[in-house]
Design a protein around this ligand. Structure first.
Ligand SMILES: [Cu+2]
Length: 620
């Protein structure tokens, strides 16, 4: 691809688009000038010559080394157009439709464009309903939920108006290319959703331009973790909770089936936070038994190294918290404990707040990258995407005919040089600080190991400090059967295998700077239930380990459907607990006390089951 082929603005802020190929480029001004023809210098590809036929003919432009400017031989400069995604609260007059000077905000134009998309039938690939189904759907016969969850099937959702015409589905070709693609429980979670947002943002921007709104409109983000003292940004922005637009017509951003409200933020039980931003590693191996290395505070930023994964359990820290937490909290439940649209992956994309939530998740990924300390995977399996293993490509429709934009994680991993539909596309965020919420910075992996060894009395840390060799991953203990969570608190003891525990003890005795003791993990395996917007908190020997969201559990629990049936698996690093026992000379144990708290007590007949609690060691 040619670096000129992107959007620029001149000194009068007029938008200019360069399209074409090296041999023949075309320059078009948004104010009607052009098109002008040009070519790229074959011996120096950062120089173009364009024939401005209305203004003295040929001029030569040179691309700056960072691709941000074209400097012309007549002394003028064009700057790269970088779309700016702004804060839904701070940059929209407190989350409203009209700013302090009486002008419409980005949220207003979002609402207007969503309304246009919602007026189109589901068979139109540029309709709101088609776009929501790209994430997931309960509309195709094979996807439908049985009782008692049939209220989530799209034909039963009030928010979907008659204009959607759900009786006429798109062709099977279109639905098989585009629908049910969202990537969850996988290292593809961040890049798949980035492409999804870019595609939608472009459809919305085209509509907004046609409505005479701003031609550089960009998707706002909802930073529920902001510590602003001006607004309580953990609340849903008002533009999403009022029922009418300024002209008194219905507000499409208001969703009756959105039952949650505030996001609960903090570092304790059942709270959304951005501790994930301190992770330093993007991914881990795909096999469920691959439990290491992990740092002491969590797992990995982007998720497990899987193939195409519409629902899975290799959930990265960004996806688990805040992403899954916010889905559950915003979806919420009504008085008869029905889950709101945001609470279930197959209905979440219907709620317009979804895209502002994901804009924030995407912002966090960008912020994580721009620190310069954290890199995305470099393996071909990630860069090329699921096609590297023969799975389907990521695809988004560009127009009403269903013309596809196919993309890979490599295409979208840089927001500055994203490759979109044969051209470069650049956007950024009004705030790219690493964290918003005041999470405590965990030590980096190496420092953490050093702290751990210090605590355990292993000295001479200056030389040879390295991660334990994780060759052995071994089951140390497991619950004898499945566990049913009926109440807010369920206590159980997990027996430990004497021989395996002895290996853990030996690893402490043999510990040296080049030979760190075992790490110990607990897995809740095969978690099934019907309440995606519930949360579980794990305690081991009365010590709080971590909370997890059950987002996705309903689909993962459905047997004999396309949704799966294996349930969800959650991993917890409990090395700290074992270290404490060792330091107290109390590791001579037969069992561990495990306590699982459910944020809301499961209802009769709607229990949460845990197929097995497994405890593993990972080390020498
Ligand atoms: Cu999501």
């Amino acid at each position: 691809m040619n670096s000129f082929i992107r959007k620029w603005v001149d000194q009068q802020n007029v938008l200019i688009t360069i399209t074409g190929s090296k041999a023949s480029i075309s320059v078009t001004y948004s104010n009607g000038r052009g098109p002008f023809q040009g070519t790229v210098n074959t011996s120096n590809p950062s120089v173009i010559t364009v024939n401005f036929t209305d203004d003295g003919g040929n001029k030569t432009g040179t691309l700056s080394s960072n691709n941000a400017e074209i400097n012309w031989d007549n002394g003028t400069t064009w700057k790269q157009l970088v779309y700016l995604r702004k804060n839904a609260w701070d940059d929209n007059n407190g989350g409203q439709f009209i700013d302090k000077s009486g002008n419409y905000t980005d949220l207003y134009w979002y609402a207007k464009a969503v309304k246009v998309m919602q007026s189109r039938p589901v068979s139109d690939p540029t309709s709101w309903w088609f776009y929501a189904a790209i994430h997931g759907e309960l509309l195709l016969p094979k996807s439908l939920y049985p009782k008692p969850y049939q209220y989530l099937n799209w034909v039963n959702i009030k928010y979907i108006g008659a204009a959607a015409n759900l009786n006429t589905l798109p062709s099977g070709t279109l639905t098989s290319i585009f629908w049910d693609q969202c990537q969850h429980g996988t290292w593809f979670f961040p890049p798949w959703h980035r492409g999804y947002l870019v595609a939608l943002e472009n459809i919305l921007r085209t509509i907004i331009s046609e409505l005479n709104g701003p031609s550089d409109w960009s998707l706002p983000y909802w930073n529920y973790l902001s510590q602003s003292t001006i607004y309580t940004e953990s609340n849903i922005p008002p533009a999403f909770t009022v029922t009418v637009l300024p002209d008194n017509t219905p507000n499409p951003l208001y969703v009756p089936e959105r039952y949650g409200s505030d996001v609960q933020v903090g570092n304790g039980e059942n709270s959304a936070n951005d501790q994930c931003q301190w992770d330093t590693i993007y991914s881990e191996g795909s096999a469920p038994s691959t439990l290491g290395p992990g740092d002491l505070n969590g797992y990995f930023y982007g998720g497990g190294e899987t193939g195409f994964s519409h629902s899975g359990s290799e959930t990265g820290d960004l996806e688990q918290n805040p992403h899954n937490f916010v889905h559950g909290m915003v979806g919420g439940r009504n008085a008869v404990r029905q889950i709101g649209l945001m609470g279930v992956p197959a209905t979440a994309g219907l709620d317009p707040i979804f895209f502002l939530h994901h804009s924030n998740i995407d912002r966090m990924w960008d912020a994580w990258n721009v620190t310069g300390k954290n890199s995305n995977p470099t393996q071909a399996d990630w860069l090329v995407g699921p096609t590297a293993n023969g799975n389907s490509q990521f695809a988004m429709p560009l127009d009403a005919n269903g013309t596809a934009w196919y993309y890979t994680p490599a295409d979208v991993q840089s927001t500055n040089d994203l490759k979109y539909n044969g051209t470069y596309y650049s956007y950024t965020y009004s705030d790219l600080s690493l964290t918003s919420y005041d999470t405590i910075q965990p030590s980096s992996l190496k420092e953490n190991l050093s702290l751990r060894l210090n605590k355990l009395g292993v000295t001479n840390l200056e030389t040879g400090l390295k991660m334990a060799n994780k060759q052995n991953k071994e089951l140390v203990g497991a619950s004898s059967g499945s566990i049913i969570l009926k109440d807010k608190e369920t206590k159980t003891t997990v027996q430990l295998d004497k021989t395996a525990l002895k290996s853990v003890k030996n690893s402490f005795l043999k510990a040296s700077v080049s030979n760190a003791p075992d790490e110990v993990y607990l897995q809740l395996e095969g978690v099934k239930g019907g309440e995606d917007s519930n949360f579980l908190s794990l305690y081991v020997n009365q010590k709080f380990i971590k909370s997890v969201s059950l987002f996705g559990v309903l689909s993962a629990s459905m047997e004999n459907t396309v949704h799966g049936g294996a349930g969800l698996t959650f991993k917890f690093n409990i090395t700290n607990v074992i270290d404490e026992l060792h330091l107290d000379s109390a590791l001579d144990i037969n069992s561990l006390d495990v306590q699982i708290k459910s944020k809301d007590a499961p209802l009769d007949g709607n229990e949460i089951t845990v197929e097995r609690i497994g405890i593993y060691r990972s080390g020498q």
